[in-house]
Ligand binder design. Structure first.
Ligand SMILES: [Zn+2]
Length: 543
């Protein structure tokens, strides 16, 4: 484990913050005298002043230097930060302007700093700069290191409205400690709409053929989280539209009956399993009738999901769940969640991989950038009302996402199965799984593959299984630490399956309850009558 030295000039450093950062980035932090470089990879200096900067020649390690407030100089009340095109900031930030209220009160770096090049500026004054000293690169920042309250997860300082204090520190530590030989998963994205069913070519303001047209024109993918209770009927031409355009439109699970908090209720294991069995059975029957495929990924209604339900989902065969970091925390306040949650490409909680999503809006640029910086799938979540005025919002946000570089838009199953880091060493391919089931295309010249199972929360014992995708129906068991012989050009499927996985009977799902049925019919009627009402009121207003 790499070690970072901390120099706290005045107050002691916030241990909660550094312990959490250390857990995520596999680092340890130690307060020590500046210049004692033994076993230290880099330095973090808090509350620095001019005198300290004059002594920085005492180290041969890169430094992250935070200035005392008194050293900083006012630079106006703008909420905009501009990144230079220098590679010191992450490539996806280069040349961008971001807007955040956090910037308003931010002061600039002292003007006496020698030989620095700005990385980020506010009204043309540097708030983050680098100094090249031989092979060393020191970072100077005006942003104070954030403090974590008791039990507060780190992600609360890395969300769209608040991230500026953590951003340079996060990027500095990542650059210092990262093993650059590992190739990260590609940038992946999908828009996600909650609630639509395929009873008709439209659902509320969503028009599926029109969605497809825009997705084709602006290069994006839309996943619809559909309610298993609604799967009793699918409009045949709409099913056909989905089946012929899997690269643009797809489906995933949205609860079972869409009752309030249905996946967060304190049900027994038996009852939770029954709810999930019914959801799987309803969708399996619909898939059998229509030939459609629904990703075994759950978007819990209203973001409400308990740890017990996550654990049961893993056991009955769901591959992942997709829920915002805030919702998960909000609905599980009594539960002890790791403070690291939401800062990795995916989290594995109670045996199930979780992908964070965030609300789609015309101001979600920061959330998109943060997801990309964390190598998370980019999943802006919407409701049908978000396209009441047309598809411009989706098209604009897709253009922004596509400006990040080479982004793959796809369905949740494909996203989940391609979340792994890889490293090629001669004829061996090493793979670090970030979810629990992946598919690996074997590149030319590779004869063996070494797999690292995903780091779990240690509450679940997994079995490691593999098979050749599309060739073998049965899984083979294998000790994960040993190499597997492979053939270039084939695709290897790998799964870490819970030791206590249960098979559920999806043929007998029972009748729907009267209350969920009536409730859902009323909601669907409301959603479907909104567009005509909207059209009439617009016409009346226009007169
Ligand atoms: Zn919903």
């Amino acid at each position: 484990m790499k070690q970072i030295g901390i120099v706290a000039q005045r107050d002691s450093p916030d241990n909660r913050l550094f312990d959490t950062l250390g857990e995520i980035l596999d680092l340890s932090f130690e307060e020590r005298t500046f210049g004692d470089d033994r076993n230290v990879e880099a330095w973090i200096v808090l509350a620095a002043d001019r005198e300290f900067v004059s002594q920085m020649g005492r180290t041969n390690r890169p430094c992250y230097v935070v200035f005392q407030n008194q050293q900083l100089v006012p630079c106006g009340r703008s909420s905009k930060i501009t990144f230079s095109t220098r590679p010191a900031a992450a490539a996806i930030l280069a040349g961008r302007e971001i807007e955040t209220n956090e910037a308003i009160g931010l002061n600039a770096l002292p003007r006496w700093l020698p030989n620095v090049a700005p990385v980020a500026t506010k009204q043309e004054s540097p708030v983050w700069a680098v100094q090249e000293a031989g092979r060393l690169r020191h970072h100077f920042v005006a942003m104070q290191v954030p403090a974590l309250n008791d039990g507060e997860p780190l992600f609360t300082h890395f969300v769209g409205a608040q991230f500026l204090s953590l951003l340079p520190l996060w990027l500095f530590l990542q650059a210092v400690t990262e093993d650059q030989r590992w190739e990260r998963p590609p940038l992946q994205a999908t828009f996600m709409f909650d609630d639509p069913n395929l009873h008709w070519p439209t659902y509320g303001f969503v028009n599926f053929p029109e969605t497809l047209q825009h997705a084709n024109a602006c290069n994006y993918h839309v996943s619809f989280a559909t309610i298993p209770l609604d799967a009793w009927f699918v409009h045949p031409p709409t099913a056909s539209l989905f089946k012929h355009n899997v690269q643009r439109l797809s489906l995933l699970f949205h609860g079972n009956d869409h009752l309030s908090d249905e996946l967060a209720r304190p049900y027994s294991v038996k009852r939770t399993r029954k709810v999930l069995q019914q959801a799987l059975g309803r969708i399996a029957a619909m898939e059998y009738r229509t030939g459609l495929e629904v990703a075994r990924v759950m978007a819990p209604p209203h973001g409400a999901c308990s740890r017990n339900t996550l654990s049961q989902m893993a056991q009955v065969g769901f591959e992942a769940a997709c829920v915002s970091r805030g919702s998960l925390h909000h609905h599980n306040k009594g539960d002890k969640w790791p403070l690291t949650i939401g800062m990795r490409p995916s989290d594995i909680i109670a045996g199930l991989p979780l992908f964070p999503r965030f609300a789609l809006s015309d101001k979600c640029h920061n959330s998109i950038l943060l997801a990309a910086l964390l190598h998370q799938p980019i999943i802006p979540r919407a409701h049908h009302q978000d396209v009441a005025e047309g598809y411009q919002l989706l098209n604009d946000m897709a253009t922004f996402v596509n400006s990040l570089g080479n982004v793959t838009w796809s369905d949740l199953k494909s996203i989940s199965r391609s979340l792994y880091a890889r490293m090629q060493d001669d004829t061996t391919l090493s793979v670090k799984m970030l979810t629990k089931r992946i598919t690996i295309p074997i590149p030319p010249h590779i004869s063996q593959i070494r797999i690292q199972c995903p780091s779990a929360d240690h509450t679940v014992t997994d079995r490691f299984l593999w098979r050749n995708a599309g060739r073998e129906p049965y899984w083979n068991s294998h000790p994960s630490q040993e190499c597997l012989a492979v053939q270039p050009g084939t695709r290897l499927e790998v799964a870490c399956v819970p030791g206590d996985q249960v098979s559920v009977d999806t043929n007998h799902v029972g009748m729907p309850g009267l209350i969920p049925l009536v409730r859902r019919l009323l909601t669907e009627t409301r959603d479907r009558t909104l567009p005509p009402i909207h059209r009439i009121t617009r016409r009346l207003r226009a007169r």
